[in-house]
Design a protein around this ligand. Structure first.
Ligand code: GLC
Length: 397
């Protein structure tokens, strides 16, 4: 019998974790359904890919933020209702996969009722100060008590979970995988795109990430500011209520007199084509990045990523061989690397070849989906066999 999996995610906005879930759900569409706690673009994308999607309105639980100190009464009442509805839906499935922290909380409480095995896919480095003590405590207690397995997107992510008190025996590192075909498909349009955005014949640096303070775009703006004639494309929007931060980036560009060289392109669907029309790609996070899919996408697009060395990033990039690392927040170090690489196209081309090969070999989409599926399967069967064993023991006692 095929295993039926329910894939639970609180958000319907497309962040990195949602792109991962999109791949899992598409591959398992004959045996899995997605359950979202709000309606939005993710639901439409999943449906367009032929995935069965259900939506249970999470209501006030969406107001709880990762740095919240205590949930409101409305959030708790909402949680009670959502938990009941999720438990009813889960009754038709063999295993539940929680893809976010809110999904872990809802999933854990719902599985107390539904008695189905739960797997938590951990896409965050759960250290303070980005996460409140209360959030971290809730994650760790629920994971240790209610979850069969925790799938961490990098060693750094797994280590943070254990450092915060998570059970090491439950954690498995599963690196994300990216489909190279999705990136190659855009290659022919990149030359034309560069002409269209008026950047023909000038050096262009790209950054492909949502606009958030910890993604560090301000560091890159400062670095590019000191490189006369170099243009910067910032691709990505303020997705999770970070509009004030977008404004502060625009103010910084103005204050440094860089309006003609820094271009805010917003959220785009043609990221792969844009990656192939810039000379260099930088990912300047100032806080530990759990994985950063954009690094692997850059490698597949033939652009070795230049990234700040924090979180899981050094697990993805070997500096000088498959990309370049610099200390987080270090404007001068980043500027020096950019200056050197813009003058060394042969070196960039050589590293690009190694980076592409590295991404194809170590971050393949089929390997990622197979690993997630195997963990879901093992969680489903070990729970069943554990129960059968206990029943047999009880019967023979
Ligand atoms: C989250 C993390 C990011 C990771 C993504 C997919 O968005 O912040 O680093 O790439 O999940 O796992």
């Amino acid at each position: 019998m095929t295993m039926r999996a329910l894939l639970l995610n609180h958000s319907a906005t497309m962040g990195g974790a949602e792109f991962c879930l999109m791949d899992v759900a598409t591959s398992l569409r004959d045996s899995a359904s997605v359950l979202l706690l709000e309606d939005g673009v993710f639901r439409r994308r999943l449906e367009a890919a032929g995935v069965d999607v259900r939506v249970v309105d999470g209501g006030a639980i969406h107001q709880v933020r990762r740095d919240s100190v205590a949930p409101s009464a409305a959030a708790l009442a909402g949680l009670w209702r959502v938990t009941r509805e999720v438990a009813e839906i889960a009754a038709d499935f063999d295993v539940v996969h929680a893809n976010s922290q809110k999904a872990l909380i809802v999933g854990s409480l719902a599985m107390v009722r539904a008695r189905k095995p739960l797997v938590w896919h951990l896409h965050d480095i759960i250290d303070p100060p980005r996460f409140s003590r209360l959030n971290i405590k809730a994650d760790v207690v629920l994971a240790n008590r209610c979850v069969e397995r925790v799938l961490a997107v990098s060693r750094a992510t797994a280590d943070a979970f254990v450092r915060q008190g998570g059970d090491p025996a439950k954690v498995h590192v599963v690196y994300n995988g990216i489909d190279p075909a999705a990136i190659d498909a855009f290659a022919p349009s990149s030359e034309q795109l560069r002409r269209e955005i008026g950047l023909d014949g000038v050096p262009v640096i790209g950054c492909f990430s949502r606009l958030a303070e910890w993604k560090g775009q301000h560091v890159l703006i400062e670095a590019v500011g000191g490189l006369p004639g170099v243009h910067l494309l910032l691709v990505g929007g303020a997705l999770f209520g970070e509009q004030a931060h977008e404004q502060s980036l625009r103010d910084l560009v103005k204050a440094r007199g860089l309006m003609s060289r820094v271009h805010f392109l917003g959220q785009r669907d043609d990221v792969s084509a844009l990656m192939q029309c810039v000379d260099l790609i930088v990912h300047p996070s100032t806080a530990p990045e759990p994985f950063a899919r954009t690094l692997i996408e850059s490698m597949l697009a033939g652009r070795p990523p230049i990234a700040s060395a924090c979180g899981g990033v050094p697990e993805l990039i070997e500096s000088g061989r498959t990309g370049y690392l610099f200390p987080p927040g270090d404007v001068a170090a980043l500027r020096a690397i950019l200056q050197r690489l813009l003058a060394s196209p042969d070196e960039v081309a050589r590293v690009a070849v190694a980076a592409r090969e590295h991404a194809r070999r170590h971050f393949s989409l089929p390997a990622f989906v197979d690993a997630v599926t195997a963990h879901l399967h093992d969680a489903a069967t070990s729970r069943t066999s554990g129960r059968a064993r206990r029943r047999a023991q009880e019967a023979s006692a």
